[in-house]
Design a protein around this ligand. Structure first.
Ligand SMILES: *[C@@H]1O[C@H](CO)[C@@H](O)[C@H](O)[C@H]1NC(C)=O
Ligand SMILES: *[C@@H]1O[C@H](CO)[C@@H](O)[C@H](O)[C@H]1NC(C)=O
Length: 260
């Protein structure tokens, strides 16, 4: 209690105010810090990029999309399924299939028969890189640690109301690359829908509660009489701040000293 508590309280207040401040001294910082497999937060404070809103109702950004590759045998066909955020399995009716809980799956068909399902990246352990000049978030999806199998470049395009795959490239010895145009790749463009009204309400509620206690405990203090010292709880954390305020006033301190 006492001085340590006051310091802790002030520290927390300082942290909150520096978090809410739009121009901290780290304005030069660039890049996007990964929060979870689907989200990252801009280091310059401009907001959150949320991949969750890019997929369709089932989470897919591309579903059985034909992909061209070099040295394809005659009659062969490669299809790509990709989901930015929600893991999926293909084929859905088969358990223990090659693509189970994946981010990207390549289906190689030969003469219209489905021959192989190849896992081409998972959400777990994905890596985020943001390029400020290109306004592009590149996310690498791995199957094993080391070389990513799929790298998706999400380009921030405010004009693009629906997310779409602009291009993809499949070369031997290189990761599969996918270029996506989406307004959701812009900071804070699609972050709110996922946050939920409940969370916003809780944040507002706790902020008002904090303001109520701080202002209330400070404002009530001057109205106390000599018999009303117990009105303000002595052991309360918030009251410690008030002691700092009151002790800086010599007349007040003199009064409390004579009262005891
Ligand atoms: C962003 O992309 C440009 C153009 O490709 C490149 O020159 C630059 O080095 C990239 N910046 C970062 C931080 O990767
Ligand atoms: C969006 O549209 C505006 C006006 O049509 C255009 O000037 C701008 O270059 C477009 N932005 C992108 C990223 O395509």
């Amino acid at each position: 209690m006492s001085l340590q508590t006051v310091f802790l309280t002030l520290l927390v207040c300082f942290q909150i105010s520096s978090f809410l401040s739009p121009h901290p001294n780290s304005a030069k910082k660039s890049g996007c810090f990964k929060i979870n497999n689907c989200k990252c937060i801009m280091k310059d404070g401009s907001g959150v990029i949320n991949l969750n809103a890019m997929g369709d109702a089932e989470g897919f950004l591309g579903h059985l999309k034909p992909v061209s590759a070099e040295n394809m045998p005659v009659g062969a066909e490669i299809l790509l399924s990709f989901s930015p955020c929600q893991p999926f399995s293909q084929p859905e009716d088969l358990t223990g299939a090659d693509c189970t809980n994946v981010a990207a799956c390549l289906i190689v068909r030969l003469n219209s028969y489905i021959s192989r399902y190849i896992t081409y990246g998972r959400h777990d352990g994905n890596e985020f890189h943001y390029n400020d000049t290109l306004k592009m978030l590149s996310v690498s999806y791995f199957v094993h640690a080391g070389q990513p199998l799929t790298v998706v470049h999400y380009h921030c395009n405010p004009n693009q109301s629906t997310s779409l795959i602009r291009d993809q490239k499949l070369r031997t010895g290189e990761p599969l690359q996918i270029w996506v145009e989406s307004h959701c790749a812009c900071p804070n463009a699609c972050a709110m829908g996922d946050l939920g009204l409940g969370t916003i309400f809780l944040i507002i509620l706790s902020l008002s509660a904090a303001a109520y206690f701080i202002l209330g405990s400070c404002a009530l203090r001057p109205f106390q009489s000599s018999s009303g010292v117990q009105i303000s709880p002595e052991h309360s954390v918030w009251c410690m701040i008030c002691y700092l305020c009151t002790e800086s006033r010599p007349a007040r301190r003199h009064y409390t000293e004579t009262a005891h």
